[in-house]
Design a protein around this ligand. Structure first.
Ligand SMILES: *Cc1c(COP(=O)(O)O)cnc(C)c1O
Length: 373
């Protein structure tokens, strides 16, 4: 029907606010010059409250998976015993990465519509004192599950294993308290809740992870975190970074700081609750129960999920995401992260109810949730 104003409602990449996008049009500057050398550390330091850490945050030029590979390539030596907690497509990605780096991979598979069970992790670790690294996703974007990483960190008890967390679709949308929860490595990326174009990954390490890294003898070059550490001390990255993402991040952090992180997280929870109330009012089934539901993406069951969302895209220009892995074709996903507001949720629900000829049902349910705030 019309194409001129596409509406991205997928779990990343997300729309970029125009004041952030404008930063991407700035002149290119020398990444080894005085201006950039001052800006890079200053901007990365402002990411620390989002990570909940006082440790340095490093930037890599690449997508979120580059950040994940950085974690693996700096920690996993051939034969390292690791445990991957898998409840979806992104949990699986840790398995594939660890296998590529020849880890001895142990996997606990969880049902794909439910969160990771910390009790099972505790039992596995008690039986496997040799495990050195645990990998998991905080927000499993493929299913819309928010995992309780704090509970998993606690479930380690006195076990030695480091906990490595993919917070790509969580950071900036839901609390991540790296230091307080005892997370050892946290990875994120630009194109999700940080409201930036794709092209940068961010990673922070605990002191324990930093010490462990020196003992790792895996091959690594571009992703060698020791280089990023040395270079950041003088305000640089080892290789030419995505300079404009740094300009843009400065702007998006200003937006998040102005709103206040607590209010940012509350906005995401409200969008989650409105989405879920609206979907339920349409008689559609949610993939995930309330207790495990993600504040940034919601998965909805539909027998013809792909045809349904494609029809919506063609008619209204609203783009929902399909599903990956076992739910492909049976589930579609509504993104509500980053540059998104309750009004966007109302329009997401509006196209669903129009497509289903249930006019007003979902919007009314969501409006009641919004009004109760
Ligand atoms: C988006 C995403 C990634 C990163 O994917 P890239 O395409 O490499 O940026 C990783 N983990 C999760 C949970 C994600 O949502």
């Amino acid at each position: 029907m019309y194409r001129f104003k596409p509406e991205l409602r997928i779990p990343g990449p997300v729309p970029v606010p125009s004041q952030v996008a404008l930063q991407m049009a700035k002149p290119v500057i020398n990444h080894r010059g005085a201006v950039f050398k001052e800006k890079l550390p200053e901007v990365l330091t402002r990411l620390q409250p989002l990570f909940g850490t006082e440790n340095p945050v490093y930037m890599l030029t690449g997508s979120g998976t580059a950040g994940m590979e950085t974690a693996v390539s700096n920690l996993v030596s051939p034969g390292t015993p690791v445990l991957c907690l898998v409840g979806g497509f992104f949990g699986r990605r840790w398995v594939e990465l660890c296998q590529s780096y020849k880890a001895q991979v142990h996997i606990i598979d969880f049902p794909w519509d439910r969160g990771v069970d910390p009790q099972q992790v505790a039992e596995f670790l008690a039986a496997h004192p040799e495990i050195e690294l645990i990998f998991m996703a905080q927000n499993e974007s493929s299913t819309g599950v928010l995992n309780d990483v704090e509970a998993v960190a606690k479930a380690r008890g006195g076990h030695q294993a480091l906990l490595i967390v993919d917070a790509v679709s969580a950071l900036g949308g839901t609390p991540c308290e790296m230091d307080a929860w005892g997370l050892d490595v946290v990875v994120s990326a630009s194109q999700k809740c940080l409201m930036l174009p794709p092209g940068a990954a961010f990673i922070a390490l605990s002191e324990r992870a930093r010490a462990y890294l020196d003992r790792c003898d895996a091959s690594r070059y571009y992703f060698d975190l020791r280089k990023y550490e040395q270079f950041l001390e003088r305000g640089e990255t080892p290789f030419t970074p995505n300079i404009h993402i740094v300009f843009a991040l400065e702007e998006s952090l200003s937006m998040l700081e102005a709103e206040g992180l607590e209010r940012v997280y509350a906005r995401h929870r409200l969008m989650r609750d409105m989405t879920r109330a609206g979907v339920r009012a349409l008689g559609l089934e949610l993939l995930v129960s309330d207790s495990d539901a993600s504040p940034t993406v919601t998965a909805v069951k539909h027998p013809q999920a792909d045809g349904f969302r494609q029809s919506i895209r063609r008619k209204y220009g609203v783009e929902f995401a399909g599903a990956q892995g076992i739910f492909a074709g049976k589930v579609f996903r509504i993104g509500h992260m980053g540059y998104a507001t309750p009004l966007d949720v109302l329009t997401s629900l509006a196209v669903l109810e129009i497509e289903l000829s249930k006019y007003g049902a979902a919007a009314a349910a969501a409006e009641r949730v919004m009004a109760a705030q």
